[in-house]
Design a protein around this ligand. Structure first.
Ligand code: C2G
Length: 133
């Protein structure tokens, strides 16, 4: 069973490891679509702290990940799921209900987010400790 998931995974943290390991446990292979820098810019109005190349390199190095590709557009999710023959789509529950439209091409599971950690909070904490940055 092939599992697929998507994310930016910027400033990699334990919440990211948790969801990737849990996603992998639903199948035998995990494919990860890492959101491109351009996609992030169009979604959030800023570029990630880590470049797309580095974010993909970090995700590829994880034992629970079998294959990494660049997610160029949110609208292409169905194409990616079909192209990579994924059986299960896993996303954190901040996306609850948002991908139910794909239930006709694969299983869709939303997993609870790891509490009290996010890239945005890490950036805030670092900024606070280094006010000049
Ligand atoms: N996540 C989590 N717990 C946290 C933080 C993140 O489980 N404390 C999960 C998110 O729910 C998501 C994954 O980690 O499933 C990646 O999170 P982000 O990098 O924030 O991904 P996002 O920007 O939501 O991009 O096509 C969808 C987008 O690319 C998802």
């Amino acid at each position: 069973m092939r599992v697929i998931t998507f994310g930016t995974f910027d400033v990699f943290h334990v919440g990211h490891v948790n969801i990737l390991e849990r996603a992998r446990s639903f199948g035998t292979e995990l494919y990860v679509g890492v959101s491109s820098d351009q996609l992030n810019y169009s979604k959030k109005g800023r570029y990630p702290v880590y470049s797309e190349e580095d974010r993909m390199r970090i995700i590829s190095a994880l034992a629970c990940v079998d294959f990494v590709f660049s997610e160029e557009s949110l609208e292409l999710k169905a194409e990616y799921i079909k192209h990579y023959n994924a059986d299960i789509l896993v996303m954190g529950d901040d996306w609850q209900g948002k991908f139910d439209e794909f239930k006709d091409i694969c299983d869709v599971k939303y997993l609870p987010r790891t509490p009290s950690i996010s890239t945005t909070e890490i950036i805030e904490v670092v900024r606070h400790k280094n006010p000049t940055k």
